[in-house]
Design a protein around this ligand. Structure first.
Ligand code: SF4
Ligand code: SF4
Ligand code: SF4
Length: 162
């Protein structure tokens, strides 16, 4: 079992869709005119990007455009969605970190409230979560916004800021 899968299987089983309110696009779009390209070019596509995502996090919405759902898993930046995109909406040369910021809500985080918890630490392969002694985790500059820490938090304390 891959390390990612192991920690994924340890995550709480209930749905955490409520964590995600913003539309997060796969990380290969042009910064300029990105939204209009999604809306005009994805309409004739069968959602190919969602069929190749190795983490199954690409969801095709009612308007036929893709969004990432971190309640399912995180993004490995594997390039597959960009490689298969037939409409030049997603392109390898536009690769960048996902355009969100990840923060820990200290009010709901167990570790910030005197209960030992390392649920988010191990899935973070970028070593982007620092603990002060055994407590008080915070996100550092290594964060790639991959989202793998989100679904494993038992109290939904990892927030997406856009
Ligand atoms: S880069 Fe890979 S894991 Fe990330 S959204 Fe695209 S296909 Fe999925
Ligand atoms: S593969 Fe490209 S054109 Fe098709 S839905 Fe995904 S982003 Fe849109
Ligand atoms: S802290 Fe950042 S790099 Fe680490 S798992 Fe969470 S989103 Fe990914």
């Amino acid at each position: 079992m891959k390390r990612r899968e192991l920690f994924g299987s340890l995550a709480f089983p209930f749905s955490k869709k409520e964590k995600q309110e913003k539309i997060i696009r796969p990380p290969y779009f042009e910064n300029e005119n990105s939204e209009s390209l999604f809306l005009t070019n994805c309409i004739d596509c069968e959602g190919l990007c969602s069929t190749v995502c190795e983490e199954n996090i690409i969801v095709i919405q009612e308007d036929n455009t893709p969004k990432l759902d971190f309640s399912i898993s995180g993004c490995t930046y594997c390039d597959k969605c960009a490689e298969i995109c037939p409409k030049e909406v997603l392109k390898i040369e536009n690769k960048k970190n996902i355009d969100i910021k990840i923060e820990i809500d200290v009010l709901s985080c167990l570790s910030w409230n005197q209960t030992m918890c390392f649920s988010c630490k191990d899935p973070c392969l970028d070593k982007a979560i620092d603990f002060l002694a055994m407590f008080r985790p915070s996100i550092n500059n290594n964060c790639t916004s991959c989202g793998f820490c989100i679904k494993v938090c038992p109290t939904d304390a990892i927030k997406i800021i856009k």
